[in-house]
Structure formats: structure tokens, C-alpha cells
Design a binder for this molecule. Structure first.
Ligand code: ATP
Length: 367
């Protein structure tokens, strides 16, 4: 089932939780709603589910306006962060629950229920736990049972609100790989809420970046990470260095004058000359020994963290004492033999520039 959200607006009192949100979720895709706490992810999920009503706008399910359709008729399955399985029921009965409470005319026979629950428990790879009670399960097992329970009624849409939020990092990682594999098997249109960038980028087909009740960007993990549409997205997805300066726009591209340096930039073509902020990720910066006349920004290497395959370097600009972070493959760092205290030159391989008004506004919005 495809989901379209059209111009959805939602206020709680004076507070605007969703501001004119429009999104298209394609049939069979797994989409992550990603953003900082309070940006409206859960509210949007609840509106799609029919648990909450939008003040205006529409939710269209499979081409039909579902705004007036009751949650029970929408055929959605839910999994929440603290999903309360029924404590007094076995795992088997928990999964069977949705089938047993169906109206008599739609209820499957007992034999069918037995068969269905067994196959669901196999699907979530916990068929050996059917006789246990929820208190006898680990957190990760409980969430898998919660998922089996949501799938029992064959929902056309699966909505997951921070499904692995309460679990420790290692279990989370296992479960998200497992969710991806499960989704590849079932292809149920699924939307999950997370505030964990890595989780969204690793698991989802599409990522919706939300900020203060609006959509900043909607695209594949590759697109949002490598081509952030806004300063907010740049800053939210991974580390980033900011270079403040003045942009000069010429026929063959832009030049950023920052401190004592002039750097070539790539831009969307919409930037105008004037105050600007350039964004560059730590792994998109090159380093070499400084010599008079070298291109790039003169810096002193303050600290080198050499754990793992990448050296994380903290550098201080000579002209304005700003800190720049650079990530270099450890082998290259060792080969170059850079030492703490040494004078080096930093050169961006790519530098994305936003006009200052936009950058300030969006950074403000992200804090
Ligand atoms: P989190 O990651 O912290 O769960 P979220 O992005 O899911 O955040 P929402 O739960 O959608 O955010 O909430 C968006 C905003 O709306 C928050 O500022 C929240 O305080 C507010 N809000 C949500 N529900 C209500 C409500 N019933 N009454 C008043 N304000 C609400």
C-alpha cells in the first residue's frame, strides 16, 4: 500500500508540531523518519496510523483519502519502543491475539491460527519460545515478538516508533539488520521513527529528515548523506566543519574568502555573493606539510587520535584559531609522519557553500 501525506498541519495549542508536511511513501519501501527530539516524527506516524487527527491536510492510503477512516479500518500494524506484550499470555497467545479478537465472520479457524502463529514465530526466528511468558524473554526477543504480533493480522502498512530504542547498542545493531532482512522478505510498506542517524542510513530505502515540524529532505540514504539539501541535514548526518567567509561568484564557479585563505567551492548555483558558510566533512579534507605559498588553510596539528583504521585529527587554524577536524586513513597518516605541534595546510576536496542567512537560520533551528 502506498501512503501519501498531503499538506498536513498539526498544532498542540499554539505549538506547531507539523507544518505543511507532504510526503510520498512508495509501496513496499522501508522509510525512516529521522530527526531530533520533538521535531514531529511520532506525531506524523500517529497521523498516518489514524491515532491522531491532522488539523488540515490529508493522508491518502492506496490512492484513497483515509482522513476519515478509523484506525481499525486502516489495516496498519504497530510496534512501539516500549511495546507492552500481555504479561499473562504466553508468546504464542500474544501473537495469536489479533487473530482471536477478529469479528467471528473474519476469524480464522483454530487450526489456521495455530499454523499462522507457528509460521510467524519461525519468521522472527523464535519458534522455540512459544510457551514462554514475556518476562522470560530478553528485550530484543520481546521486540521480535511484538513485530510478529503486529504482522499476524497481515497489515498493509507497518509503523514502528523507535522499535529498538530501549535496547543496548549491540542488540540494536543485530535487530536492525534483521529488520532489513525481514522487510526484504515481506515487502510490507513500512515507516519507522528513529533519532539514530546510523540506524536510518543503514536500514532504510528512503530517509525523511525532519526538523521543527517540517521536512528538510527526503531521499535515499546515499542522497541525503552525500548531497545534503540544507545546512541542517549536513550537520545532523555526521561530523562537519564550518568555514565562515565571503563568497565571490564568477563564471567558472565560486571562491570562498575565509580568513587568510581563498578556497574553490561547489554550490547549488543558487548562492549569491556575500557572507557565506561552507560545509565540509572531515574525510573530505586533504592535509600536507605547510610551506610558504601552499594553497589551503594553515593549521597546527593539536591532537591525533589513532584508534581504529582512521586517524581523527584536531587542527587549529593559524588565522582565527577555529578548530578543524580531519579524518585520514591511518596508513596515510603514519606514512606522512605528521607530528603534534607541526604546521600543516588543509585543503577541502569538496566544499559545499550556503548563504549566511540560510545557514544561520537553519543552524538555529537545529539546536
Ligand atoms: P521524540 O524523538 O522525542 O519522540 P518526536 O520527533 O517524535 O520526538 P513528537 O512526539 O512528534 O516528536 O512531538 C512533537 C512536538 O509536539 C513536541 O514538542 C511535543 O512536545 C509536542 N506534542 C506532542 N504531543 C503532544 C500533545 N498531546 N500535547 C501537546 N504537545 C504535544
Amino acid at each position: 500500500m502506498s501512503i501519501q501525506v498531503r499538506n498536513v498541519q498539526k498544532q498542540f495549542g499554539d505549538f506547531v508540531a507539523l507544518n505543511d508536511v507532504s510526503l510520498d511513501f512508495a509501496e513496499g519501501e522501508l522509510t525512516a523518519l529521522l530527526g531530533p527530539s520533538g521535531c514531529g516524527k511520532t506525531t506524523l506516524l500517529r497521523i498516518i496510523a489514524g491515532l491522531e487527527r491532522a488539523d488540515s491536510g490529508q493522508v491518502v492510503l492506496s490512492g484513497q483519502d483515509a482522513s476519515a477512516t478509523h484506525v481499525r479500518q486502516r489495516n496498519v500494524g504497530f510496534v512501539f519502543q516500549h511495546y507492552a506484550l500481555f504479561k499473562h499470555m504466553t508468546v504464542f497467545e500474544n501473537v495469536a491475539f489479533g487473530l482471536r479478537v477478529k469479528p467471528r465472520a473474519e476469524r480464522p479457524s483454530e487450526a489456521k491460527i495455530q499454523e499462522k502463529v507457528k509460521s510467524l514465530l519461525q519468521l522472527v526466528q523464535l519458534d522455540w519460545l512459544g510457551d514462554r511468558y514475556p518476562s522470560q524473554l530478553s528485550g530484543g526477543q520481546r521486540q521480535r515478538i511484538a513485530l510478529a504480533r503486529a504482522l499476524a493480522v497481515e497489515p498493509r502498512v507497518l509503523l514502528l516508533d523507535e522499535p529498538f530504542g530501549a535496547l543496548d547498542a549491540k542488540v540494536r545493531k543485530e535487530l536492525r539488520r534483521w529488520l532489513r532482512r525481514l522487510h526484504d522478505e515481506l515487502h510490507v510498506t513500512s515507516v519507522f521513527v528513529t533519532h539514530d542517524q546510523e540506524e536510518a542510513l543503514e536500514v532504510a530505502d528512503q530517509v525523511v529528515l525532519m526538523n521543527k515540524g517540517t521536512v528538510e529532505q527526503f531521499g535515499t540514504p546515499e542522497a541525503v548523506y552525500n548531497h545534503p539539501a540544507t545546512p541542517f541535514v549536513f550537520g545532523f548526518l555526521g561530523n562537519v566543519n564550518l568555514f565562515h567567509g565571503r563568497l565571490e561568484v564568477g563564471d567558472s564557479g565560486g571562491l570562498l574568502h575565509t580568513g587568510d585563505s581563498v578556497l574553490p567551492v561547489i554550490g547549488s548555483g543558487h548562492e549569491t555573493a556575500g557572507d557565506a558558510v561552507a560545509y565540509v566533512r572531515p574525510h573530505d579534507l586533504d592535509l600536507e606539510r605547510y610551506a610558504p605559498g601552499t594553497d589551503g588553510i594553515a593549521v597546527t596539528l593539536r591532537r591525533a587520535l589513532t584508534l581504529g583504521p582512521v586517524a581523527q585529527l584536531e587542527l587549529e587554524r593559524e588565522d582565527n584559531q577555529d578548530v578543524i577536524e580531519v579524518a585520514l586513513p591511518l596508513e596515510r597518516f603514519r606514512h606522512q609522519g605528521f607530528r603534534e605541534g607541526e604546521l600543516l595546510a588543509v585543503r577541502p576536496r569538496q566544499l559545499r557553500v550556503f548563504n549566511r542567512g540560510q545557514a544561520v537560520q537553519e543552524q538555529g533551528a537545529s539546536t
